[in-house]
Design a protein around this ligand. Sequence first.
Ligand code: FAD
Length: 295
Amino acid sequence: MHIKELFEEKEVVFSFEIFPPKVTSSIETIYDTLESLKDLKPDYISVTYGAGGNISDNRTCEISSLIKNKYNIEPLAHLTCINSNKKTINNILERLNEQGIENILALRGDIPRKSSTIGDFNNAHELIEHINKKDNFGIAAACYPEGHIDSSSLKQDIEALKMKIEAGADYLISQLFFDNNYFYNLLNLMEQKGLNIPIQAGIMPVTNKKQIERIVSLCGATVPPKFIKIMNKYEHDKEALREAGIAYALEQIIDLVSSEVKGIHLYTMNNPYIARKISNNISYVLSSVNRKKSI
Ligand code: FAD
C-alpha cells in the first residue's frame, strides 16, 4: 500500500520514526523497541538511513522488512543519495522491492564536509525522478518549516519543494520544530504557490538538555523562550524534565491536530516510553477527528 492512500482515508495520519542500532550493536536491540511500538498501532513506521554518517542501508532494509512482514505495519524506508551512484541506489531499490517494501522517504542527505567524491545525484528531486522512472514506490520527501540550514531563504526552500513535488513526491514530512507558527507559515507559503500535497508535522519530544543542544547545532531549529525556561528549570531532575518535554510536545500536537494538519510524525528516538505516553494522550483526539472523516 502506498502511504498517500492513508491521507485519503484519515483526517490525521500518525506515524513513528525509528533509527537502526549502531553497526557495532546487535540488530536484536531494535526488537524490543518494535515489540512495544507495535501495540500503539501507528499508521506506519519510518526507518532512518545512515543518519549521522553511518551507511546502514542493510539495516534500514532489514528493519523495514521486519516492520512489514512480522508486525504487519506499513514501513517507510529512508534513502539518501548524496555521494551514491546509480548502481548503489538501484541495488537498494531492488532489495526493498524483494522485501515487499512499497514506500521510500527520498532524501539528498547532508553534504559531507570533508568528502570530495561526487555521486550521481545532487538533490532529492533527482533521486525522486530516478525512483519514479524505475519502480512503483510511494514517495515521501522532507520539508523544513524554518528553511533548510543550507538554504539562503525560505523562498528557495519552497522552490526545492516544488521540484520534489513535480518529480513525484506524494507527501512531505517536516523537520522538527518547537514553535507551531513556523509550520503554519510553511503551509501558507505552499498554499500561495499552489502546492497542495499532504504535509506531516515532525514532532520530537525533547527529554534532556544535551539532546536539544545537539539538535539545534544539527538542524538550526529555534528554541522558544518558553521551552528554554522548562529546560533550565528541570535540567537536574531527569524525570521532571522528561515529563515536561513530553507535555510540551503534546501541547504542540493538540494545537496542530486542532488546526487541521494532515499528519503527525513522531521522532521516537527509539524510546517506547515516550511514544506510549504521547500515543495514549492523543488517542481520543485522533479517534475523534478520524471518526469525523469516516461518518
Ligand atoms: P534537498 O531537498 O535536495 O535539498 C535541501 C535544501 O537544499 C533545499 O531545501 C534547498 O534549500 C536547497 N536546494 C536543493 N536543491 C536545490 C537546487 N537545485 N538549487 C538551489 N538550492 C537547492 N538524513 C539522513 O542522512 N538519513 C535520514 O534517514 C534522514 N531522515 C530525515 C527525515 C526527515 C523527515 C527530515 C526532515 C530530514 C532527514 N534527514 C536524514 C536529513 C536530510 O538528509 C538533510 O536535511 C539534508 O541536508 C537535505 O536533504 P533533502 O532531501 O531535504 O535535500
